[in-house]
Design a protein around this ligand. Structure first.
Ligand SMILES: [Zn+2]
Length: 80
């Protein structure tokens, strides 16, 4: 989630799972985290809603360990 940080006077990303600060929004390209924006469609449980959330690297790692199958993984040929 995005939140205004009174100390740094910047907008920051907070991990939706553990509440830790991930990075300031303007420097987030240097941070490792999961950034999700999902527009739910017709006939879904959240019809017409957009869900946005961020997870820190640790919480993402814990989350995928609860899945039946780990995400598909391949090596990046180009670094973004
Ligand atoms: Zn977290």
């Amino acid at each position: 989630m995005k939140k205004y940080d009174e100390i740094s006077k910047k907008e920051v990303y907070i991990c939706n799972c553990c509440g830790q600060m991930i990075a300031s929004v303007d420097e987030c390209d240097r941070a490792a985290f999961l950034d999700v924006s999902k527009a739910w469609g017709y006939f879904s449980k959240w019809d017409g809603c957009i869900h946005r959330f961020q997870l820190c690297e640790n919480c993402y790692g814990k989350m995928i360990q609860t899945w039946c199958y780990l995400p598909d993984e391949e090596e990046q040929t180009e670094w973004i």
